[in-house]
Design a protein around this ligand. Sequence first.
Ligand code: SF4
Length: 993
Amino acid sequence: MDDMFHFFAGRDQVTVRIPLVQPAAFPRHDLTQWPSDAGKPIVVPRQALLDAAGRMDGIVPRKWKQTLEEAQFLVPGNDRTSVTSFTIDRIFHMLGIVGVGKSTLRDTLTYYLVTEKQMRVTIVVGDVAEVLSLVEMFTKLGCAAAPVLGVTSREQHTQRLHRRIAGKDERNALAHDDPAFIHLSTSCALNALVHEDDAPISYNDAPCDFLRRQRKRKPKNSDRQLPDYTRLSYSCPFWGKCPRHHPARALVDADIWVTTPAGLVDGSVPRSQNAERIRYLELAARRSHLVIVDEADRVQMQLDQMFAPAVTLAGEASVSWLDQLSTHKIQELVAGRRIQLSNRDVENWTSALSTASMVTDRIYALLVSSWDLRKWVAWSYFNAWQLGSRFVSLLFADREEVLEKQAGKGKRKKERRPAPDEETALKMEAAKVRLNKIFDEFRKDPHGQRADMCDEAVALVELANGLIHTKRSRRTRSRVQEVLAILLGESAQLCWPEHEHEWAQVADKLELTIFLCALEPALALLTGMWPLVQAALNLKFNDLHRRPLDYGPLVPEAPMGNVLGFEFSTHGHDTGGVRSGELRLFRCSGVGRDLLSRIPDIPRPDGHPGSHVLLMSGSSWAGESTRYHILEPVDLVLEPSAEKMKRITDESALRLEFARHLGVPLTLSGADPDDRPEILQKMVAFFAERDDEPNSRFEYELVSLPPNRRHLLVLTGSYDEAKIVADAIAQAMHRDRVVRLMPDDEPDREDEDENAAPTLRRGDVSTLAGLPAAILVAPLLAVERGHNILDLDKEEAAIGTVYFLARPNPRPDDLRLAIQAINDWIMRSMADGSFSQRVRDAESIGAAGRELRHLARKEWYRVMGRSLAWSRLGDDRVSVTWDLLVLMWQVIGRLVRGGVEARVVLVDAAFAPGTAKALEQQKIPGQKVLVTDHDDVQTSLLLSIREVLGDYLTTGRAGEHSARECAIVTSLYAPLWHAIDRCVRTPTNGDSL
Ligand code: SF4
């Protein structure tokens, strides 16, 4: 006896006949169970850890015990007390200099708690490759470990693993037998049951929890129109044995969960397994005695990002959020015979979706076809308010300034129109205020439903309707210009456009602004009404809304309110003409980083004790950094043995070695994107070609390194640049001498030039020492953290020298920086008491809230609009310096693993532009100069890092900071400061030969 079921695969309705089988029993999570000793502080004796490490060495030899024995456990402070045990109570913040053995401590502690104390531990690490290798290692150690992996990205992880194995010369996918594949199954048994005419079920369409059974009997009230299939969803009868759900089943009894932040925060227990709707984060907090967050500062950044999600509204590929929503809506309406539309909320929601889709198409069409518009919005994110106010400012901008910007680099006009006289300036100001008011009124009600709108705003409403619903014809364009004339009135003569084509550009910008004003309320309606229509339309995916709904009680609202913003980016460099790209929407909806410190509180509303949390990192104390600094007090610092610390501090060397072309030091940072490939080629020529010398600079450097560490790491700004550099090195030296890092996701290129440099997948970077290549070329951000790159004996870092081809610099269009800055701002104000004080001083809670919102908005617009050019950082310099020094130090830290020294070469003249200039202009070539004679903290990142760290490390200035803070900086960053200090105090000629 069979049953007929149906489900949707994309837009297609698929029918499947499933034999009546007895579903296999499978384990479910017991949410009521309290872990033994739940909530009690966890005491960890050092000796117990050493004993556990010794036992681990007997099973999986990795020098666990030796590494731990060498590490000192210090309480930060003046006397640097060494401890023999530590107690984890609620949140424990542990720091350790890069390479000290934090991962060893993480694994040993987990092993000790699981095997000795019968506790459960959840470990959060950076990527899925690390998750899988940790699960494998703990399984070998005899522990029950399972990964928490996102289901939607499973296919991607499976492909990554296949690619990595294929990259090791095992091209036959059938021979790929990595044990991790057991956690990455993507198969679906229903494929064997669908009709032979139906396409195979794609991974994301598998109806594990959403099968609808064919009705067997007519409903009693036969007049009612009901679908042929039940509205109720059924689970697949094969769930209990399905290989795809093996990890979900294994998690029930696993003592160790290993996961990524996304897997933990986003993933939820499958509906087939537990009826309760619960995220894995909540479950981990209920069942685990300890949650270990590795690289906690990176997790903090990821959480910020998760609560300021972005979706693609329109793009080349068919992944747009609105397309997905529309498809889903159609499926649901068809399944429900459109009965859902009798609900007014559903009707309004679907109408908002149609409007949003239509307006998005209009915006996309405008941006794709106009380079001028793309340039106008390319500088950062944009929204209706910003475009409105920028449109008004543009109208009254200095004409020559506008033309200069449009002409671009190298075509600047020298003559400028004289500044307007006082009377004209006043008139312009008044016109701006008036126009801004009109836009405000229109933005608040772009559909014109209020009766008290001014005539100009009404004209905008009518124009918006016309633009959205009619073709873009000549008539529409002339209507835009007519409305523009109405808006400007007499002030038209004060505006910069003089010629017809200039007015056409202005009209384009007005159209875009109007569309944005219409799109924002439609999107707000879509997300705002989501909960009201969720059940009726069976909505389950909404990247913009999902996290806030579940985590709303835990994560504070974004201080400036929920901000909607848009971004448009083209694929590759935008050289003008018609260019497609991606229109993205982001939404700040909470201070994501606050979730880290809330984990212990998650189960408390049920009276259930929460787990303790161990935060670990090498840089989660980072002064004024808005990205890395975690505000939890530091409880313990790990340091290498005094001997190793001394070697790292005294023997690590940093030098300026400017790549030159025709004697001129080359500057990469800040260069036009079009010029960067050529500059990189010249840099490679400087280091990889021999010229008149017997060896190239790279070769001299390699032979000067200890034999086990003869590898160079050459850092670029992106994967594309890594390819340019690696290929150039391959040509200048030998193809086998170099390897370039490539993302795990990138498919192998069939058309690769045979002279191109070989590649190494990011997930396999730890295998570098076994390759013939001596030079690894990689983007800076791809090697900031991750797998250790050790020599063949696994004792010391395999890389001896790192070359920074570009000075790291924050990207001005990177929204994450502004989000991190505003989150840091509110968290610090809560930590230092100024938030509470403001509330106490205000007349009422409401007044305090309004004031805070006002201040937060001010700060938000400040951080959004700030210049991130190094010379114009102003008050943000110290904070940005902290961000960059941590970034550089994390990479340099890859070279000090095993307690050895690092060599750091700064190639980009932007590291010390004044010094580079002085060397270029000197009369006697090769004469040495002092960096401090030609640069200062305003011009040189190097000197700024020296000053920022020196404030904690230099006697005399350290008084401004607590002894505890100074001790932390000494433990974490002293080697970097000493290396920089030695560099700037030693005269240099910017060359090593
Ligand atoms: S449980 Fe397994 S067999 Fe059933 S639909 Fe899901 S993937 Fe397919």
